[in-house]
Design a protein around this ligand. Sequence first.
Ligand code: NAD
Length: 382
Amino acid sequence: MIIEPKIRGFICTAAHPVGCAKAVEEQIRYVQSKGSFSGPKRVLILGSSTGYGLASRIALTFGANAKTIGVAFERPAEGNRTASPGWYNTAAFERFAHDENHYAKSINGDAFSTAIKQETANLIRQDLGQIDLVIYSLASPRRVHPVTGQIFSSVLKPIGQSFTGKTVDPMKGEVKDITLEPATDAEIADTIAVMGGEDWAMWIDFLLKENLLAEGVSTVAYDYVGPKLTYPIYKEGTIGAAKAHVYETAIQLNKTLQKRKGRALLSVNKALVTQASSAIPVVPLYISLLYKIMKKQGTHEGCIEQMVRLFSQKFMTDQSDRIRMDDWEMNGGVQDEIKQLWSQVTTETLAALTDIEGYRQDFYRLFGFQFPGIDYNADVEL
Ligand code: NAD
């Protein structure tokens, strides 16, 4: 079948297997170009198929020779419908890893469920014995609570008051104002239930009870803070409330892990185009400006550059409970320039003032499209 991108709002409902494999391969080659580093050897990645989780898995496998078990929730191909990009990424990652004799196994299913926790525990016990690092990189719009069965949906809304701000439709190139009404108390609680730390704690408690966490184990969850510009929709909005809960969870987990001489921390990562971030209003416009400025400065990084820098330079030495991988993003000069340009961005000035082209390209590439050297008119097996 010939596969073309099918964009619906902020998602693409088709993915290209050859392009997704290319994206994985490029990340592997980047890691290999940077040379090896020491790091944890037995790693569990929750949310391992795309974005930051996938990049973490690639960085640790090919940079630190880690054995990895990845958990993700992806859709296989069915009839004429392609698989989701994370499905193709995972298949490609395993192929490349096995070709170079790395241990890599993946579990596809709902990480929030007890069944998947149990299946993962069995695999760890059977193959690795114990785990040295648990990476929590889930991003999901909903969660079925494993104990109560209640279904929670997250929302991306401000808290306390409505917010009007500038946003962009990246595909149409239209800049416009949007107004978002404040979340209700129930919506805030639901978002915390989905994107907060409860499930992270459940994983750690479960693995601890099963004696699957090695002495000196670490666990890291990914966080975002961002500039004042996005506070109403991010840091001070519903997603920020969930992230605050993740931070409280880290403090709690540090106590829990004392008996294994372990450590729980957050890594505050850079804003980047992923399936999760493209759903957040305002953020795509901010990212387009950020890319323009950081590329000009030569400080731009993608997920893989971020994760190689995290694990090769900061993870083993930085003792803070929040490692700042957003250091270059939050650099005063970068943020001053964004603040200055923000008021000038309109539909007419978008192409000149921002890197909307780079944003779009990254978006297409999440789904395996727009890679040079791939014949997109060729018939491919789904
Ligand atoms: P992403 O959408 O690329 O990845 C989400 C992952 O979660 C995928 O592997 C998906 O399969 C998995 N997943 C979702 N629901 C699942 C479920 N029920 N069971 C098992 N797996 C499930 O997202 P991302 O942007 O890489 O986000 C990962 C983390 O990084 C999030 O905590 C996010 O807040 C954080 N972060 C993202 C950015 C950014 O700009 N993208 C910046 C800083 C921090």
